[in-house]
Design a protein around this ligand. Structure first.
Ligand SMILES: C[S@@+](CC[C@H](N)C(=O)[O-])C[C@H]1O[C@@H](n2cnc3c(N)ncnc32)[C@H](O)[C@@H]1O
Length: 278
């Protein structure tokens, strides 16, 4: 196991946090999951609070105490202000800290952690949940429950505006990107127990077309509860196109193995994706 190392350089900007807040379908899914999970009198942690919106949902659902933990100093007064404006300032305690190492002063009924990212790159969701689960009561609840990641091979477009653009990765799929294999699940992070800190696996896909594969398309989703699974929204689970270090000609009907290795919370460009005939 790798150490439970904090990815502390990923605090969001005010611009990004506003995109999160105003991504209405995303934020509504979380509201519903919180309302389904928080009971009156519960103690809740909202790890990576941002504006504090999820913590306020928990307080409005009847929590006795909500600890909002946020790394970025700029967001601390925002969370306090949101709590005051909505009449829940007495319930919310804001903690300016790294959620991968923070101490919580009492046992927790519900742990909320929205550090979700496609492939679970960039954001320390796993490190935060692994750390904070020590405070969770035995019958406590974690939102999300599970995270799944999917991969397929892509013949990705590199010409745009008449210009050849060789990027390493992008969080957008272009109309001319062509999926060239089946899509398979290559990873499940299950928060019913401590999660490993890295992906180290091989996925097998079947080529659908005979042409070049020069990228992988990574997609993700999370079960916020047993009944609410995320859908892709403007700011949640954007598909991630990662170009292969070595492109490969593939043949329709042939199986290919994709060797996948990366630490959660790291840069997608440092991830290993290697394609070989299976
Ligand atoms: C995707 S945003 C979610 C914000 C908010 N919970 C929401 O749903 O709108 C992630 C937030 O986690 C914060 N963050 C990132 N790493 C953190 C860490 N190690 N400890 C505490 N907060 C962290 C970021 O600064 C950002 O505000």
């Amino acid at each position: 196991m790798m150490p439970n190392k904090a990815a502390t350089n990923v605090a969001f900007t005010p611009y990004e946090i506003s995109l999160c807040l105003h991504d209405v379908p995303r934020t509504r899914m979380w509201k519903e999951a919180i309302e389904d999970s928080v009971s009156p009198g519960d103690v809740v942690v909202d790890a990576g609070s941002g504006t504090g919106i999820l913590g306020v949902f928990a307080a409005m659902a009847g929590a006795r105490k909500v600890y909002c933990v946020e790394l970025h100093p700029r967001f601390i007064p925002l969370i306090e202000h949101l709590a005051e404006q909505n009449g829940v300032a007495d319930v919310i305690t804001v903690i300016h800290a790294d959620a991968t190492t923070v101490d919580i002063p009492e046992p927790v009924d519900v742990l909320i952690c929205e550090l979700l990212c496609t492939g679970q790159f960039f954001e320390p969701e796993v490190q935060v949940v692994n750390h904070l689960r020590q405070y969770l009561r035995e019958e406590g609840t974690i939102i999300p429950r599970r995270i799944r990641s999917y991969v397929r091979l892509l013949d990705a477009q590199e010409m745009l505006y008449g210009v050849r653009i060789d990027c390493d990765s992008r969080s957008v799929v272009l109309d001319s990107d062509e999926p060239v294999s089946t899509r398979v699940r290559y990873d499940t992070i299950d928060f019913s127990g401590p999660a490993p800190l890295q992906v180290d696996t091989t996925a097998t896909v079947t080529a659908r077309k005979s042409r070049v594969a020069d990228a992988v398309l990574i997609e993700g989703e999370a079960d916020l509860t047993d009944h609410i699974t995320t859908v892709t929204t403007k700011f949640l689970y954007n598909p991630e196109v990662i170009f292969l270090k070595q492109e490969r000609m593939i043949e329709a009907g042939t199986d290919y193995s994709i060797r996948i290795r990366y630490p959660y919370g790291g840069d997608s460009l440092d991830a290993l994706f290697e394609v070989e005939p299976a």
